[in-house]
Design a protein around this ligand. Sequence first.
Ligand code: SAM
Length: 218
Amino acid sequence: MAHNHGKADWTDDERVQRMANSYKVRYDDRFWKAFSSLTNRDSQPVVADFGCGPGLLLADIANRFKAHTAIALDESEQMLALAEKNLRELTKLESIDIQHVNFDTDEIQMEKNSIDFAFSGFMLHEVANPLDFVTNVKRVIKSNGIFVVYDFVSGNEEMFVKTVARQGMSEEDARKRYPHMCKHSADDIVEKLETSGFSDCRLITIDAVRAVVVGLKR
Ligand SMILES: C[S@@+](CC[C@H](N)C(=O)[O-])C[C@H]1O[C@@H](n2cnc3c(N)ncnc32)[C@H](O)[C@@H]1O
């Protein structure tokens, strides 16, 4: 199989640690401002992060939305172990559900209509079939629940190289990865949510390389 440059090896401990260390840079004030204005919700009892990585965003969301249950899904055991530790240390959740799943090949083992708030960060560009993935997420969201997608977007290679340099990526790697990691435009992401049946889709472009998109399940 050809190497997927959009997808790093998330079983590598150093990479896993780098992902955790860069959390505050990737989820900065500009992200939270966009997030707040797109979500504008108070309490969300069941929250889930698809491709949760180190679980730091899921912990912040669980606290912000006063959730009682958080569901962390990822294909990397290393990431899930870190997510479980972070969720235990940083939240007072009643229930922490850790699910090992590869969205490209496995079913999401969850009842239909079970999540109030779903999230995916820096993840959509990594899945083999984004439309199938978004459709599967929609199935497990409750009616009136929302899905927020945050990702790199296409259009500005130079800014992408600068941005990921701050997270420790070499210029050569960044240029090689640009077409894969910035695979979608913000409008492409909106279109995927709409095609999967999400309503009231809205987007905020944070800067030249990042966007946040939200869709409502009616
Ligand atoms: C760039 S990391 C982002 C992690 C986290 N969302 C964050 O922003 O801190 C991408 C994550 O998605 C997971 N991932 C990528 N493709 C996946 C797939 N097909 N199924 C399950 N998880 C996947 C990886 O294991 C990794 O933890």
